[in-house]
Structures are given as structure tokens and as C-alpha cells.
Design a protein around this ligand. Structure first.
Ligand code: SAM
Length: 279
């Protein structure tokens, strides 16, 4: 299996994103690198084996996750000094709700050369589909399983002025949507399911309406749940003036207007005119 690539890949760690459902989403560079490395660290060799099989690549695989012993991790790092090692996860981008963080941290500390090949990540695909604001988002991984912990996690995120992106599973989606309605009231949500696959869908709107839908049509497959940013509270003129005055103490009118616009969702130009009159 010696190819041109075998000689040209430099030793180090290659983080390789793989498809999240549609095998057509593998990148040309991912194929080249998977072909060229000497081993592939993966979560599950059966799953990665299927991908390699599809790409007609036969390569040694080493099981790795962040629960691996220090000894196993060090052995992998040791290899990276003299060989090209790929890290893949079962699907999508490694380290994104998947193993790899500890390995990358240790590899950096050991002075290993590291590169990361971009590719699919369900959070980003979902965000682009959702119609929710994409200028600022916070990826929050999986919500806790237990109701109390899930509520607390949502309350913790309530004031973040950004779209929230969570990974979910089909059996939990109805409860998660109900929790969002309870703890983050008044926010629009979107649910993206089976991205890049045959039954891809994205529904957006009120969390209780969508929960109702999935109660009568139980969701299957993989799911990303998104929650739109906090809605502009109904502020009185006096509230808005007070916010602006507060910012004008340290900022120029244009900056104060921009900041208050971000926080309240009120039009920046309207705020700018107000700020000028307050000065
Ligand atoms: N590393 C992966 C990535 O880059 O997206 C995520 C791995 S995480 C263990 C698995 C979760 O990702 C699923 O529970 C689901 O929330 C989300 N996911 C993965 N593939 C998906 C898809 N095709 N459609 C919707 N969500 C998906």
C-alpha cells in the first residue's frame, strides 16, 4: 500500500473530519490523508472500517477515546514524532462532542506537529439551515439527561445573547423542547434532523408546537436543537434612555448605540439618534 502520499506526509497528528451521514461529504484532502497516514486513531474500528472500506483504503486502526489510559495516549503521541497519525471520530469533526481534546492537548505539549482538516460538523450544518441568527452562536453540546440538571443548564445559558446550539437524541427531543419552553420562554427554536441524509428536515417555530409534532410523529435519527437569542424585552422609553446614558459615560454615541442595539434588538440607527439627543 505504498503510494506517493506515504512518502510525503510529514510525521504528526492529522485531525480529519468525516461525513455525518452522506458519504459524498468526504473531502479530497481527507481521502489523501487517510490514505497517507500510517495509522488511524478512531472511536470504533467497525464504524471507521466501513468508511475506509467505502474509500478502498486499508489501514491499521487504533481505538482511542478520551478515557484511554495515559500510557495508551503517550504511545500514540510517541508515534506522532516519527509517523503521520490521523484522528477521526465516528462521524463529523473530532473533538466536537467527540473524543480528541486530551490527545490534542498532550500532542501540543509534546511539540507534535498538528493540522486539522475541515469537514462536516452537525452543529454548523444545522445552524445554516435553521433561519435563526447565525452571527453569534454558542455550541453547548448535549444537555444533561436529568430534568433538574437540564433546567439548571438552560437557566445558566438564558442571558447569553446568541443562538444556542445543542446536540440531542430522538428519545429526548420532546422533553428537551418542553424544558426550553419552560426555562427560556418566548424564544424561537429550530430542530434539524438527519442532516445530509435522505430524510433530512428542519422545523422551526414555537417549542411547544414542535414538541407536539414529535409527540404524534416520534422523531427518529440524529438531532440538533437550536434556540434563538433572547428576544428584546419590552423596554420603556425610559429604560432605553437609561441603558444608553449608562453606555454614553464611557462610549461614543455610535458605539453606545451599537452596544445597546446588540443587547436589546432595537434598531441601531434609532438608538444613535436618541444617543445624540441625550449627549
Ligand atoms: N462530531 C460530530 C459533529 O461534528 O457533528 C458530533 C458527534 S456527537 C457524539 C453526535 C450528535 O451529533 C448526535 O446526537 C446529533 O445531535 C449530532 N449529529 C450528528 N450527525 C447528525 C446528523 N446527520 N443530523 C443531525 N444531527 C447530527
Amino acid at each position: 500500500m505504498t503510494s506517493h502520499m506515504d512518502q510525503t506526509l510529514r510525521p504528526g497528528l492529522y485531525i480529519v473530519a468525516t461525513p455525518i451521514g452522506n458519504l459524498g461529504d468526504i473531502t479530497l484532502r481527507a481521502i489523501e490523508v487517510l490514505r497517507g497516514v500510517s495509522v488511524i486513531a478512531c472511536e470504533d474500528s467497525r464504524i471507521t472500517g466501513k468508511l475506509l472500506n467505502h474509500l478502498q483504503i486499508s489501514k491499521r486502526m487504533i481505538r482511542y477515546d478520551d478515557h484511554a489510559s495515559e500510557r495508551d495516549r503517550n504511545a500514540l503521541i510517541e508515534r506522532m514524532h516519527s509517523e503521520a497519525v490521523a484522528l477521526v471520530s465516528d462521524a463529523g469533526t473530532p473533538l466536537v462532542s467527540d473524543p480528541g481534546f486530551r490527545l490534542v492537548k498532550a500532542a501540543r505539549e509534546a511539540g507534535v506537529e498538528i493540522t486539522s482538516l475541515p469537514g462536516p460538523a452537525a452543529a454548523i450544518v444545522a445552524l445554516t439551515l435553521s433561519g435563526l441568527p447565525s452571527d453569534r452562536f454558542l455550541f453547548a453540546g448535549f444537555l444533561p439527561n436529568k430534568a433538574k440538571a437540564r433546567g439548571d443548564a438552560l437557566i445558566d445559558l438564558a442571558d447569553v445573547p446568541a443562538t444556542l446550539v445543542f446536540y440531542e437524541t430522538a428519545p429526548r427531543i420532546v422533553d428537551a423542547l418542553r424544558a426550553v419552553a419552560q426555562f427560556l420562554p418566548g424564544r424561537e427554536v429550530a430542530v434539524a434532523r438527519e442532516l445530509t441524509k435522505k430524510f433530512e428536515e428542519c422545523r422551526s417555530g414555537d417549542p411547544l408546537d414542535i414538541a407536539g409534532h414529535y409527540e404524534s410523529h416520534p422523531a427518529k435519527g440524529e438531532i440538533v436543537l437550536m434556540v434563538g437569542p433572547p428576544v428584546a424585552k419590552t423596554l420603556s422609553e425610559a429604560d432605553v434612555d437609561a441603558l444608553l446614558r449608562n453606555e454614553l459615560a464611557s462610549l461614543k454615541p455610535s458605539q453606545a448605540a451599537a452596544k445597546v442595539a446588540r443587547e436589546t434588538g432595537i434598531d441601531r440607527k434609532v438608538l444613535y439618534t436618541k444617543a445624540l439627543s441625550l449627549k
